[in-house]
Design a protein. Structure first.
Length: 88
């Protein structure tokens, strides 16, 4: 009978050890996952912001170039019309 109690005690002790180790592993995995998710989110947000800023900068440059061209064309047409009107 005493032998069975020692086996049960040993088995219980082993089970408690395994449970404690499992809890530690779960806690470590949860912490690592949280850190990885936070880092990945930060990197993704930074990359997306950089891409958006770059795209907006390109759009602004294109719009400015188009507006300048249109203004130049309008000014040239107005000057030509004034010159033609003065000559006639």
């Amino acid at each position: 009978m005493g032998h069975d109690l020692r086996l049960e005690s040993s088995a219980l002790h082993t089970a408690q050890k395994i449970m404690a180790e499992a809890i530690v592993v779960v806690v470590v995995v949860v912490i690592v996952e949280a850190v990885v998710v936070a880092v990945v989110e930060a990197v993704v947000v930074a990359v997306v912001e950089a891409v958006v800023v770059l795209v907006l900068a390109v759009v602004v440059v294109v719009v400015v170039v188009v507006v300048v061209r249109v203004v130049v064309v309008v000014v040239v047409v107005v000057v030509i019309l004034i010159v033609v009107a003065v000559i006639e």
